[in-house]
Design a protein around this ligand. Sequence first.
Ligand code: 13P
Ligand code: SF4
Length: 309
Amino acid sequence: NPIPQDLFAAINELKKELNAVILAHYYQEPDIQDIADYIGDSLGLSQQAANTDAEVIVFAGVHFMAETAKILNPDKLVLLPDLNAGCSLADSCPPQEFQAFKDAHPDHLVISYINCTAEIKAKSDIICTSSNAVKLVEQIPPEKPIIFAPDRNLGRYVAEQTGRDLVLWQGSCIVHETFSEKKMIELQVEHPTAEIIAHPECEPAVLRHAKYIGSTTALLKYCQNSNRDKFIVATEPGIIHQMKKAAPNKQFIPAPAMNNCACNECPHMRLNTLEKLYLAMKNKTPEITLPEDIRVAALKPIQKMLEMS
Ligand code: 13P
Ligand code: SF4
């Protein structure tokens, strides 16, 4: 399978041939963002997947995102350029252990962050994303106890924002755990006019310095509309590509990781490349499949989220 010189042209050609739509998350490498039909956060991407009339969905993101697209579109071909693009947060919540956790809290409503497997979704009442979690929890009657899974940092943030006492599954994301509070403060001293903005998956030590906390789309909009011209960005730095496009005169500094490594880049997201995207479309593989009983059970809480958002 020779790789064409002009991958952009070849991918655009395949897009027409397959009647495909390319959906990309902000954490994808810049080239992938530039070829995508739609770039967004997890909520935006699932809304696009729910409404597309394309026959093929090429999902440039991680497995749980493409899986959500397949749950919503059982009859469409859903391609993921690299099937190994997983998620440490989704991995931190194995179905058997989660079932035992649920059984220990039998009267609780289960709200799960979309960053989980279809099996966990199938065991949940409502799915949320980082952009609607607070809004969805606020719609639950105050007397109803809630399990929130799998991200403990987002869970803690939602509990603070809503004043609710959530039972938290203790999962976390390797990328958002990696930011160093100390290095971030040193950077803030170096750039006193810069504003720290953060994704709610970050640890409380980082979140407490943030002037603004939100999903990737919310962070992007915030930078665009703010009258500040410098930001320290505590989330995966892939988003900075769109921030620079949206506000070319502003400066965006990635928040530093503990040991100056590039480990603030998501190793799962970055498994996808433009070449793999081309090959997935050319060969119509790797495709996402899942058992129908799990798909049907996982669809309900996703639909609930889409209705409530
Ligand atoms: P959002 O897409 O909701 O901003 O979440 C980011 C994320 O961690 C995806 O894995
Ligand atoms: Fe998962 Fe974290 Fe990567 Fe998002 S950034 S896909 S939560 S590992």
